[in-house]
Design a binder for this molecule. Structure first.
Ligand code: KG4
Length: 347
């Protein structure tokens, strides 16, 4: 039983958290989001991301320790994301964690960011931990990946479906850009869709067989939205949006139709996964896209109708954070899975 400091810098959040495995409680969870630095470029700029991590990492780690009311000496192990992500960003977190581990004689734990997302479902809004029954299905959807897993235990899980092109969050972000919402787009799309009651105005194409395979494809959806806007006279393939035509009503209707389309796709995949893996006791929904209440409620209703549990963490644990890194770090520490100081980063 130990105190774990978690560090996360895989993309555009500098995050640190402290987890107490004896009391199964999160003692702190601090995140600095770089969104403001990247939004003018319409997406994450890797060089800006790593420079910002470098500026913030010591402040964020210090703040996580202060909020947890502990000193570095009281930390037993240091868990850090070392894959996958932007190499420059990962390096900042890993080098910082290694330096602390070396200087203070702590053990280091390397964490796979995607694995941490899977088990973020164990984190409860009150910063305690719940047991999620095994086996379960996990739908993990973020800006960089969209994967369905069949999860038997903390270290026994397999990919049963994944995107063959864009991630779901990427689809939200790209289409948001096309209709002038800027980056990142998911939350703005949801807010706009709510204003028109989540109606499916334009019935964008769901790919053929979308109910028959567990894999996802979202790049066609982006193209379908774009060509529909061309037809409506609101988009030019060479020059982009025609702003006189992109009014609030159109933005809301596109947002709503897109959200319903993606929710339909997610629902079909979860239904199929439950059919193919009938022993699954629960379905979890994690990653930044799981901040979406509309999709979450739709999945909740179909899963609970089958008498299985539906679990989706609160948004602070869905989006990138270090709480999930510290929590998974604690699981690995219990299994004695420590890393050496030559631990490397992987894209
Ligand atoms: O997991 P995450 O924080 O990190 C990365 O993958 O970088 O996910 C970010 C993604 C973005 O694409 C964002 O647009 C999406 O999650 N997102 C949402 C919502 N909030 C964030 N997508 C749909 N609805 C939301 N409410």
């Amino acid at each position: 039983m130990s105190i774990i400091l978690g560090i996360e810098t895989s993309c555009d959040e500098t995050a640190a958290a402290v987890y107490d495995s004896e009391n199964k409680a999160l003692l702190s969870n601090v995140v600095f989001s770089q969104i403001k630095l990247h939004e003018i470029y319409g997406g994450v700029v890797p060089e800006i991301a790593s420079r910002s991590h470098l500026e913030k990492i010591d402040i964020i780690v210090d703040s996580a320790l202060t909020q947890a009311n502990i000193t570095l000496e009281e930390v037993d192990h240091i868990a850090v994301t070392n894959k996958p992500g932007l190499v420059g960003s990962l390096l900042v977190g890993l080098c910082f964690a290694k330096s602390l581990a070396f200087a203070k004689n702590k053990k280091l734990i390397g964490i796979d960011h995607l694995q941490a997302h899977i088990f973020s479902s164990f984190l409860k809004s009150d910063n305690t931990v719940q047991d999620v029954p095994f086996p379960h299905i996990c739908l993990s959807a973020s800006g960089g990946s969209t994967v369905i897993y069949y999860v038997k235990s903390f270290d026994d899980y397999k990919v049963i479906g994944q995107t063959i092109d864009d991630a779901a969050g990427e689809a939200f972000d790209k289409i948001a850009k096309i209709i002038g919402f800027g980056y990142p787009g998911g939350a703005k799309i949801e807010r706009a869709a709510k204003l028109v009651d989540f109606q499916d105005f334009y019935k964008y194409t769901r790919t053929k067989n979308f109910t028959k395979s567990l894999d996802f494809t979202f790049s066609g959806l982006k193209t379908a939205v774009m060509y529909d806007l061309v037809k409506k006279g609101a988009y030019n393939l060479q020059t982009g949006p025609i702003w006189e035509k992109v009014d609030t009503e159109l933005q809301n209707k596109v947002s709503s139709s897109l959200l319903v389309c993606i929710a339909d796709i997610f629902q079909a995949k979860v239904e199929l996964a439950l059919k193919l893996y009938p022993d699954a006791k629960a379905v979890t929904f994690v990653g930044g896209v799981a901040c979406n209440n509309y999709i979450s409620e739709r999945l909740n209703s179909i899963v609970t109708n089958t008498s299985k549990k539906f679990i989706s963490p609160v948004c602070k644990f869905c989006a990138d954070n270090a709480a999930m890194i510290a929590f998974l770090g604690a699981c690995k520490a219990e299994q004695n899975k420590f890393a050496e100081l030559d631990l490397d980063v992987f894209e």
